[in-house]
Write a protein that binds this ligand. Structure first.
Ligand code: HAM
Length: 426
């Protein structure tokens, strides 16, 4: 017996009919960005390893522990992209997109790779939809980006999530705050591993989930109380704009993001129905990133929304996403005359925009109707020899079992109208 092959660990697959819902999730999240004039960018799946080391930060888990890095045949170190922002920045700099109209607004979608310990909602190949808007400090751009994500989730009908917001300050106010925090942490009773974490990135200790650590952090200094005047004003303006727009959020001053490039406005969408992997999307400003990667001193803001987790969130809320069936019409040819007539009819229906399939192979009426039933199509057309001779076909409405003879010349119009009526009622 040969060994059966299976997909690598931690890699989700979406198969029909589930994949239809998954595509609908992507479409719903993407649409607000398209309507806001963001341009699509298709990026490489792998890049030079140095891009992520410089862009995402050597001290992050993503870079230090989770990258899929390999050496190619030319002895170059390449890495499967763990996230999208660094790649977008590289491309914008390389192709000088930042020399035209600003802000440059881009969106992307596709797989990303992180060698994490797989669990429900945490995968080694994950899919994101993301946007990046580069070249403007205007708080209105922050509010636009946050709102685009929120509108996508709302279009799906999601309600069980909250938007958490904070400001991580800038190059002026973060270093002195960091020193204050380090001094505070040094006075606590922490284990060696946590001390080590504090040395690498003290902000990350604020996110510790252990009760004994949380208790000690009650009086920890927070970035929000140490913002410089410009950052405080910027954050207040973003909040005002979100309030005016009616985008609901909570301020979470202890938010910790897993990537090093964030400055100022930083946010996360957290869903309550997903257990430990509750972050369905996140993003923020990264005002020094472009210069760090050798480009101009331009600021930027963006987000990455997790498609896998958003899909799980829809399931957790019991939402019907996407078309309930894969087909609108199923054609059942009977006998030689039926089989000859079927392909042309199927082609006509498809051209009219109806999702149509037919029975293949010689099948009796009973077996063919069973296939029709399984297809899920709400309308079935039976092409019988005698009916065809009489210039008609039988159209069966599966929900009611009702069947009518319809003239062949009227068939496409009849089915199109029936479909439109059904759509307008649903
Ligand atoms: P991130 O928070 O690392 O941000 O990832 C964004 C989203 O991707 C998360 O909120 C989550 O929904 C999903 N995600 C991340 N890792 C996994 C995983 N292992 N399994 C399933 N889903 C996952 C970024 O990647 C930034 N590039 C976002 C950004 C764009 N910031 C500014 N611009």
């Amino acid at each position: 017996m040969s060994d059966t092959l299976s997909a690598p660990k931690g890699v989700p697959e979406y198969l029909p009919p589930e994949s239809g819902a998954w595509l609908a999730v992507r479409e719903a999240l993407t649409r607000p960005a398209v309507l806001a004039g963001y341009g699509y960018i298709e990026l490489p799946i792998f890049e030079d390893t140095a891009l992520y080391v410089r862009g995402v930060g050597e001290s992050t888990d993503v870079v230090s522990k989770e990258m899929y890095t390999f050496t190619d045949r030319g002895d170059r170190s390449l890495t499967l992209r763990p996230e999208g922002t660094a790649g977008v920045m590289r491309s914008v700099i390389e192709h000088r997109l930042d020399r035209g109209q600003l802000p440059v607004k881009l969106w992307y979608t596709g797989p990303f790779f992180r060698a994490e310990r797989p669990q429900h909602g945490r995968y080694r190949q994950l899919q994101q939809f993301g946007v990046e808007a580069i070249g403007s400090d205007d708080p209105a751009l922050d509010a636009e980006v946050v709102t685009l994500a929120d509108e996508g989730y709302r279009a799906l009908g999601l309600t069980g999530y909250r938007l958490e917001l904070t400001s991580l300050g800038c190059r002026e106010c973060r270093p002195p705050y960091r020193e204050t925090l380090v001094a505070f942490l040094e006075g606590l009773d922490l284990d060696e591993a946590t001390r080590e974490r504090a040395r690498i990135n003290p902000l990350r200790v604020l996110d510790d989930k252990r009760p004994e650590v949380i208790a000690q952090l009650a009086d920890a200094p927070l970035m929000l109380d140490h913002l410089c005047e410009a950052c405080a004003e910027h954050f207040a303006a973003v909040r005002r704009l979100l309030d005016e727009h009616g985008t609901r959020y909570v301020v979470n001053p202890r938010m910790v993001r897993g990537l090093d490039y964030y400055t100022r406005t930083t946010f996360e969408f957290v869903h309550d129905g997903l257990g430990a992997q509750s972050g369905i999307g996140g993003g923020g400003r990264y005002d020094g990133l472009m210069a760090d990667l050798g480009g101009q001193e331009l600021s930027g803001i963006g987000f990455g929304l997790g498609l896998d987790r958003t899909y799980l969130a829809c399931q957790a809320e019991g939402l019907q996403v996407g078309p309930p069936t894969a087909l609108d019409v199923y054609v059942v040819p009977l006998g030689a005359a039926g089989r000859t007539a079927a392909p042309a009819l199927v082609a006509q229906l498809r051209r009219a925009g109806l999702r149509t399939d037919q029975v293949f192979g010689e099948r009796g009426l009973k077996g063919a109707m069973k296939s029709a039933d399984r297809s899920g199509a709400p309308a079935v057309v039976v092409l019988g020899e005698r009916d065809l001779e009489a210039g008609v076909a039988q159209v069966k409405t599966m929900a009611t079992g009702e069947q009518v003879a319809v003239s062949l010349t009227e068939l496409v119009t009849h089915l199109t109208q029936q479909h439109q009526t059904k759509e307008s009622l649903s």
